[in-house]
Ligand binder design. Structure first.
Ligand SMILES: Nc1ncnc2c1ncn2[C@@H]1O[C@H](COP(=O)(O)OP(=O)(O)OP(=O)(O)O)[C@@H](O)[C@H]1O
Ligand SMILES: [Mg+2]
Length: 241
């Protein structure tokens, strides 16, 4: 029996302006699973992902690796859950690409001698090693997205919490990322509108709409259900039509 790595019970969240964003979310994810979260704009996908490393904390229970998310455990939880933000400008804040990718390992007290190799490996994974000395704000949007993925890979997390990981990537680098996700044994939670990506890499999929999990199950079954998809502003992937 695999370990339950994420366990969410009765999670509700409204933003400070009272916009309701998540309603009675219950979710269990086992170690090594790859779960897609799909749904229309404003469904609550990003809001849900932000609960997995405690950036947002709603009412209800969120457990990561058996640990209830609370203030005292936040550093530990953040070392386990690597969050790739939907907007790379939210992720990159250091002067150079190298500094951004080094930030996680340095602040997680990894052995100093191991850090340069981790940074190089993470930047190579997204083909951005050549840009290591550049200013992040001089990069193109897709390049920033690739660097923001590297900032998470360098931390060696156990869970990859990815918000639109393929958005703005060119086809070559989208494919490279898909291959990486497929080969990775980590647990992956992927919020995306890229349903072909979900079809390729996720065993399980969840449809969120208006903050509610409206459907959950095997990826191929859900992505083949034209009526269900269209009811939630989604479209059957071309490769299944
Ligand atoms: N900071 C905020 N303050 C108030 N409301 C917010 C805030 N951030 C998001 N919302 C609202 O919460 C709801 C869920 O937004 P969220 O960003 O989680 O959706 P999403 O499913 O990720 O959408 P998208 O597909 O566009 O990325 C929306 O109604 C949105 O308008
Ligand atoms: Mg979003």
């Amino acid at each position: 029996m695999q370990n339950k790595i994420i366990e969410i019970k009765k999670l509700n969240y409204s933003y400070p302006d009272k916009t309701p964003a998540l309603s009675n979310i219950n979710l269990e994810v086992y170690e090594g699973q790859s779960v897609g979260i799909i749904g229309p704009n404003g469904a609550g996908k990003t809001t849900l992902l932000l609960h997995l490393n405690g950036i947002l904390q709603g009412q209800g229970s969120v457990k990561i690796c058996g640990m209830q998310i609370n203030k005292a455990d936040l550093p530990k939880i953040r070392s386990k859950v690597g969050l790739i933000f939907q907007d790379p400008d939210s992720q990159l804040f250091m002067p150079t690409v190298f500094d951004d990718v080094a930030f996680g390992p340095i602040n997680m007290d990894m052995p100093k001698e191991k850090i340069p190799a981790l940074i190089e490996k993470a930047l190579n994974e997204v083909d951005m090693l050549k840009a290591k000395d550049k200013l992040a704000h001089h990069l193109s949007f897709g390049e920033k997205k690739r660097v923001s993925i590297a900032t998470v890979l360098s931390m060696k997390p156990e869970i990859l919490d990815m918000d639109e990981p393929t958005s703005n990537l060119d086809p070559k680098h989208r494919r490279k990322l898909i291959n990486f996700i497929k080969d990775s044994k980590l647990t992956k939670i992927i919020a995306t509108h890229d349903l072909e990506l979900v079809l390729e890499v996720c065993q399980q999929v969840i449809i969120l709409d208006k903050g509610i999990i409206v459907s959950q199950g095997n990826t191929k079954d859900i992505l083949s259900d034209k009526t269900l998809l269209e009811a939630h502003d989604l479209e059957m992937p071309f490769s299944l039509q």
